[in-house]
Write a protein that binds this ligand. Sequence first.
Ligand code: ZN
Length: 272
Amino acid sequence: MSDLSRLCIHTATTKPWSVEIAIEQYARAGVAGITVWRDALSDRDPAAVGRRIRDAGLEAVSLCRGGFFAAVERETRRRAVEENLRAVEEAAALGAPVVVLVCGADSGQALETSRRQIVEGIGAISARAREAGVRLAVEPLHPMYADEKSAISTMQSANDICDEISAQNVGVAVDVYHIWWDPNAPAEIRRCGAAGRLFAFHVCDWRVPTGDLLLDRALMGEGCIDVPRFRRIVEESGFEGYHEVEIFSTRYWSMDQSNYLDQIIEAYRRQV
Ligand code: ZN
């Protein structure tokens, strides 16, 4: 049984709730951390949201998400860098120490080209992020998203990119949903930890059968991912941060969110 002192929930998990309601409900339930999605900040002052988070006794864990650096068009890549610099400023104002990066891919070019542009894009923002006290976490995405969302599909690829960029504030977000299938994932998580760049740990489960490849994630324990095993591996690799519940699910979003939050906490206690 896990206590709740390292439980963090992503606002996207309880998407029907505004960020204000999410803060209030997570705090009431004893959740310790919150990862804020940028869409939850629309029309809000991130500094004010950050104060509200701290006043509620929660910790701002990450801002999700930046990235999408890869594009055939140079102008699109330039705008992506600008947008990521805005995300860094938002994270700093919010008081979130990490921006999670879904790095991007453009199906009109080779994955190698997209990866080169990702290195350039992160390289263009890492110094400003360091000044702002913000770390950047490359999240490898399941290869089913390699067409348009991320040319970084494995922990190895994320580690290689970090080696290439070689900035202390650039590391990796491990999300079990994306890497559970990969026989090299455990060794690459250890490599990541040994390099001091394991910045975030996201949990959920892979529903069997999965009804939708984006919006049918399951609660921990409902699917085929051995979440406790991955928790053990990240912690043996030196990770001491939050366990972040990140579930995109139209079926859970259609439920009463208070009941759903109870289910999340129950699943976390038993299955993480
Ligand atoms: Zn994630």
